[in-house]
Structures are given as structure tokens and as C-alpha cells.
Design a protein around this ligand. Structure first.
Ligand SMILES: NC(=O)c1ccc[n+]([C@@H]2O[C@H](COP(=O)([O-])OP(=O)(O)OC[C@H]3O[C@@H](n4cnc5c(N)ncnc54)[C@H](O)[C@@H]3O)[C@@H](O)[C@H]2O)c1
Length: 378
């Protein structure tokens, strides 16, 4: 079920491009991310080749570890890495170091991708799929910039212990070094500058020392970016404001755990977690591109998964990973075109649209990649 592909791209100038791609074959059959990329590349004249590698559950089953050395080494040599999602019930009870999720964290750390970009855009065609009222959801277009390789998910000490009363405990450490905050702050200011010039830094500086430090470091960059309007918000308020008035946000920068939670919350404004791609980038080396959703094991094998997030991740890969803007645009337009033609999976269905399964939606996206199909043709 859990599978990964390694792709070698040879651009027009025969430069080798390699990326990893984990697709959920139980959802996407034929694998839509692969097919969309292959078709787009052939139309846009980008040459490629690929091979397959393992990560997550499939790697555990085959090799006993969630991130085989070979996989990491190929990923590091690549120009971009595309993932589907890892995880599943089968491995849920594994010890931490033997969980599929550990492989993903190791891959992110190994590639040193510290900045995670998670756009939450409400497509005009999907306003009614949002759980929020039309007037609240319409026009939302925000970007969450999440710190990805630090904070409580990686901080030490961590573990299980016993307290002074002899009672069992579990503990983690929220810790950020100055350079970790500085590089994500700079990254977020740059993103905000290219968008609508508004940056909201989310923390819990009224309670947590790590957040007080975060706020101090972020604030120090304000002078360098006078064209960006910087604000600060506590995470509990941000969670509320995202539902109350999401249009107030342009770019949000926050730590690893707050970003994890807020970006999932933001996804619901857009109608479904199945619509949202993400890009994780470092200073150099390949970027990692993946939908923000997990492996959705509750609907595995039912042909219900929404493939748009995966397809849009492929577009982000082309744009931010390989600098192939035209090819990325072709995919983004194909998504719009497929939506315009009324096709929806169950998670984004509303009355008057056409309910289809994952497989058929994938086929419709491919048609739109090849040539936009006039709305009247279906
Ligand atoms: N980056 C990753 O690979 C990643 C991220 C999150 C969770 N996970 C793993 O995935 C497994 C399931 O986790 P979870 O249930 O918390 O999160 P999930 O994102 O897999 O699912 C949450 C809910 O959203 C739905 N959903 C998710 N993607 C969808 C799609 N494309 N179309 C329609 N509905 C979709 C699911 O059916 C489920 O009801 C776990 O093993 C978890 O660790 C992996």
C-alpha cells in the first residue's frame, strides 16, 4: 500500500532531475500524481525518467526501518521530492522509532527543509463546500509558513519517565535556537512581500518562554522589511480568528506544532483537507512537496479520496522545486478546469455538481491537463 517512487528528470538541457514520490496506490489508481506529471512534462517538453524507492510503512515491511539509507541518499541527490502520505492502521501500534511517521520526520530533517508553505485558498467553485458561511469563506487566500524542523517535535529532552510521586510521565521540549527562528522569519517576510505584504506571527508569548523568544527574534526583522506589515497573535486567538474572519490573514508564520494545527484548521475553510498542497523548502537542496493530508486510512480502497491536493503538490513541485512555472500553471489551470466542469469527490460535493470517485476525477484532471475541455462538453 505504502509506496514511494524516485524520479529522475532530465530537463531540456539534459540536466538530471530526481525526485521521490510516494503515492497511495490504494487511493490513486492509476497513480494520478505520476500521470499528471508525466503528461505535463511531455506536453511542456521536459524529459524525465524515474525509479521507485521505499518510505514509511512499505519501507518498514520491506527493510525494517521507516527511512532506508538508500532512500535518504537518493532524496538528497534529487532536485525535488514528491510524497503522497505515509501511515496506516497496520503500523499504528509500532514503537515510535518503527512508525511510518518517524520516517517522514527523518526525511524532513535529513533534507533540512525548515520552511513549510501551506496555502489555504478558497476556490470560487468550492465556496459552498466550506463549513463556514459563504460571506466568511469567499475570497480567503492565505499562506501558513510553518517552521518544520525544530520545536517540540524535535526538542530534547523528550520521553517517558516517573515523577517525584512515582507516577508515570510523558514529556517533550519546546525549544528554538536563534538561528532557527531567524531563518524562518526571514523566509516568511520574503513570502509576505511577494503576496499582499501582511505577516502575522503566531505564538503563545503570554505563557511560553520559547514563544517570548520567538516573538523577540521575529520583531527584530521588522526594520529590514518596512514594506511588510507585521502583527503578532496568540495561537488561541489565531485559532478563533481563522474561523471568525479568515480574510484578515495574508501570511502567517508560526512554529512547528502551532503550524501543524492551524494549517489543518485553515484547510477546512477551503472545504476539504483534500484540496491543500504544501511545499517544504530549505536553504539549498531539494524541496519536499506533499499534500497536507495523511493517508486517510478510513476511506482507503473506497475510491473516495480527493486527488486535488496531490495534484496541486505536483504543481508546487514544478514551480518551487524545478522552476517550471509554465508546467505548474498548466496543472493549476487543469484543476480549475476540472472544477469548472463540475466534477467533485464526496468531501467537496455540493448539490448541482457531479459526484465522482477518485479514479474518475483523476481521469478528468488528465483530460484538462491535455487540453481544457469546454464546460458544455460533459
Ligand atoms: N504527511 C503525511 O504523510 C501525514 C500527515 C498526516 C497524517 N499522516 C498519517 O496518516 C494516517 C491517518 O491520519 P489522520 O486520520 O489523522 O489524518 P488524515 O489526513 O489521513 O485524515 C483526516 C480525515 O481527512 C480525510 N481525508 C484526508 N485526506 C483526504 C482526501 N485526499 N480526500 C478526502 N478525505 C481526506 C480522512 O478520510 C479523514 O477523515 C496516520 O497514520 C497519520 O500518522 C501522514
Amino acid at each position: 500500500m505504502d509506496e514511494i517512487r524516485v524520479w529522475k528528470w532530465m530537463k531540456k538541457e539534459e540536466e538530471n532531475k530526481v525526485f521521490l514520490c510516494q503515492t497511495l496506490l490504494h487511493h490513486y489508481s492509476p497513480s494520478i500524481d505520476k500521470d499528471v506529471l508525466l503528461l505535463t512534462a511531455s506536453i511542456e517538453g521536459i524529459k524525465y525518467e524515474f525509479q521507485e524507492k521505499l518510505l514509511g510503512g512499505a519501507a518498514l515491511d520491506a527493510t525494517g526501518v521507516p527511512l532506508p539509507e538508500d532512500t535518504l541518499s537518493v532524496a538528497k541527490q534529487s532536485d525535488a521530492v514528491l510524497l503522497g502520505a505515509i501511515g496506516g492502521y497496520k503500523w499504528d501500534k509500532n514503537e515510535k522509532h518503527l512508525k511510518p511517521e518517524t520516517g517522514l520526520l527523518q526525511l524532513r530533517a535529513g533534507l533540512k527543509v525548515f520552511a513549510n508553505l501551506r496555502p489555504a485558498t478558497v476556490f470560487p467553485q468550492l465556496v459552498d463546500a466550506s463549513t463556514l458561511k459563504r460571506e466568511v469563506a469567499e475570497g480567503v487566500d492565505l499562506m501558513v509558513v510553518r517552521e518544520l524542523t525544530g520545536g517540540i517535535y524535535f526538542g530534547k529532552p523528550r520521553g517517558f519517565g516517573t515523577n517525584e510521586n512515582g507516577e508515570e510521565t510523558g514529556y517533550n521540549t519546546e525549544i528554538y535556537a536563534a538561528h532557527e527562528i531567524d531563518r524562518i522569519a526571514r523566509f516568511a517576510f520574503e513570502v509576505a512581500r511577494k503576496r499582499r505584504g501582511k505577516l502575522c506571527s503566531v505564538d503563545k508569548a503570554n505563557m511560553l518562554e520559547a514563544s517570548m523568544f520567538w516573538r523577540k527574534r521575529v520583531l527584530a526583522f521588522a526594520q529590514e522589511y518596512p514594506d511588510v506589515e507585521l502583527s503578532h497573535m496568540y495561537v488561541d486567538n489565531a485559532a478563533m480568528q481563522l474561523i471568525r474572519n479568515p480574510k484578515q490573514f495574508d501570511t502567517i508564520v508560526t512554529n512547528n506544532i502551532f503550524g501543524d494545527i492551524l494549517s489543518d484548521e485553515a484547510s477546512m475553510i477551503t472545504g476539504s483537507i483534500g484540496m491543500l498542497p504544501s511545499a517544504s523548502l530549505g536553504d539549498s537542496g531539494p524541496g519536499l512537496f506533499e499534500p497536507i493530508h495523511g493517508s486517510a486510512p478510513d476511506i482507503a480502497g473506497q475510491d473516495k479520496a480527493n486527488p486535488f491536493a496531490t495534484v496541486l503538490s505536483a504543481a508546487m513541485l514544478l514551480r518551487y522545486g524545478l522552476g517550471e512555472d509554465k508546467a505548474a500553471e498548466r496543472i493549476e489551470k487543469a484543476v480549475m478546469d476540472t472544477l469548472n466542469r463540475g466534477f467533485r469527490t464526496a468531501d467537496i460535493y455540493s448539490s448541482g455538481t457531479k459526484l465522482v470517485g477518485c479514479k474518475q476525477l483523476g481521469e478528468e484532471i488528465l483530460k484538462s491537463v491535455e487540453s481544457p475541455v469546454p464546460a458544455g462538453a460533459v
